[in-house]
Design a protein around this ligand. Structure first.
Ligand SMILES: Cc1cc2nc3c(=O)[nH]c(=O)nc-3n(C[C@H](O)[C@H](O)[C@H](O)COP(=O)(O)OP(=O)(O)OC[C@H]3O[C@@H](n4cnc5c(N)ncnc54)[C@H](O)[C@@H]3O)c2cc1C
Length: 411
């Protein structure tokens, strides 16, 4: 299982938190219910701190979770679970008041209610408002750092445990709070400023179809990457959003890199329509676990729409000497790209077979009649729902099959 070290990180951190809260001695006598409520608050704060650690996108986190796509999945579920724990933590105040009689209202209690409101409200917006433009979604999401800081203040100010005296609980709480806050500050204020160290310029713009544009970038310092990986691209041109967007490198040698980009929203539409030659850009990366060199001698490649780009990166740089069967599905003739290149490659290289499927004519790719060789590795790239469906299909049919996939969306 690729995410095992990542899962262990979460389990160990939450496990230590739970044990320390369960075994800590309160400063005043409290009921079991009250003790449980405080432990839930501590667990939720630990979960939120882990969310910020995961959001740093550092290579070690990406490796431990088996890719940023997986990191985002765990990030999301940790955030949802932490918010749920906080809601229960809040409800328990009322339950305890009913059982033991009301306790006096305190400022730190009200601050806790504010943190809870912020976390739930921001969480609901970020999870359920899929129509929000990504940059606005991200801005709202960044307010989580404020909610987390307020939550920490509430935790320290109202805990019935002395979190300032030297004890295993106070050391652990302090350490995880500092790590969480440090990561949050890095993500919100420093990531964009420090990590885009590959600077360069646009040297070529080729419109391949009414929807897809190919951008050539020349970098001052070469980026080392494996074909199949992607980078976050920022473009500095007036009128264009300068936020980072992930794109696979579809060709290049590190100093010169190509991106093949489909219009999917405002930024990609602007790139297609108004990007100027010579515009300055910066890259952060590389990221991604698609590495065809680790796939063995018999590979099945499945590309959905613009998900052809990582495969193109490999074909553009390598003359393959092992068996590769590509299934490339696109929605209509305009959405399909690189047909001539693929046909030419197939003609020239006996190891390569390409099946080009126009889904508007032939329907979705269907593997029910297909027999997968025992030693085959599958590589897939495209929209996440498509990835999910095919992963399920191949796992159901073949059990423990080697599948590598990259979904082209994170949220
Ligand atoms: C690993 C990966 C590799 C990708 N490679 C390619 C590629 O080679 N070619 C290509 O055309 N597209 C690729 N994409 C998709 C591309 O990143 C989005 O289409 C693009 O960011 C859309 O931005 P927008 O403002 O035009 O559209 P929006 O309407 O803002 O976004 C459309 C969708 O794209 C995703 N998205 C938008 N902005 C970001 C962001 N900053 N970070 C993460 N996801 C975002 C969101 O899921 C969003 O719902 C890739 C995505 C991922 C995750």
């Amino acid at each position: 299982m690729k995410s095992i070290r990542g899962i262990m990180l979460i389990a160990v951190s939450l496990g230590i938190t739970l044990v320390l809260w369960a075994t800590a001695t309160p400063t005043v006598p409290i009921t079991v219910l009250d003790h449980l409520r405080e432990a839930m608050g501590g667990l939720a704060l630990n979960g939120l701190a882990l969310c910020f650690v995961l959001a740093t996108k550092t290579p070690v986190i990406e490796k431990w979770f088996g890719g940023l796509g997986q990191v985002y999945v765990y990030h999301k579920w940790l955030a949802i679970s932490s918010a749920a724990l906080l809601v229960v933590h809040g409800i328990m105040v009322e339950v305890i008041a009913l059982v033991d009689g009301p306790s006096p209202e305190t400022i730190s209690g009200q601050i806790g209610a504010l943190a809870l409101f912020l976390i739930v409200a921001i969480g609901l917006v970020t999870i359920y408002n899929k129509k929000l433009p990504y940059e606005r979604w991200r801005t709202i999401h960044r307010f989580m750092i404020l909610a987390f800081a307020i939550g920490l203040y509430h935790g320290y100010a109202s805990a019935k445990f002395n979190l300032f005296a030297l004890s295993p609980l106070s050391v652990w709480m302090g350490l995880t709070a500092l790590i969480g806050l440090g990561c949050a500050v890095y993500v919100v204020f420093f990531y964009r400023r420090t990590q885009f160290k590959y600077e360069g310029r646009i040297t070529g713009i080729t419109r391949l179809s009414p929807d897809v544009v190919e951008l050539d970038v020349s970098l001052a310092q070469p980026i080392e990457y494996a074909e199949g990986q992607y980078a976050f691209l920022r473009v500095f041109q007036e009128g264009l959003e300068d936020a980072p967007h992930p794109f696979s490198m579809s060709a290049g040698d590190g100093r010169n890199v190509r991106f093949t980009i489909k219009k999917s929203g405002d930024f990609t539409k602007d790139l297609y329509e108004s990007l100027a030659p010579d515009a300055p850009v910066a890259l952060e990366g590389p990221h991604g676990q698609m590495d065809f060199r680790h796939g063995g001698r018999n590979q099945v490649w499945i590309a959905g729409g613009i998900g052809i780009t990582p495969f193109m990166a490999y074909l553009a740089q390598n003359e393959i000497d092992h068996d590769v069967e590509l299934f490339y599905s696109y929605r209509d003739p305009n959405a399909g790209i690189y047909h001539d290149f693929l046909a030419e490659y197939e003609k020239r290289n006996p190891h390569f077979t390409a099946h080009l499927v126009d889904a508007s004519v032939d329907g979705m790719l269907d593997f029910s009649e297909y027999t997968l060789d025992e030693d085959a590795s599958i590589f897939m790239c495209g929209p996440p729902p498509m990835m999910k469906a095919y992963v399920k299909f191949f796992k159901d049919k073949y059990g423990n099959v080697n599948i590598n996939h990259e979904g082209f969306a994170f949220r």
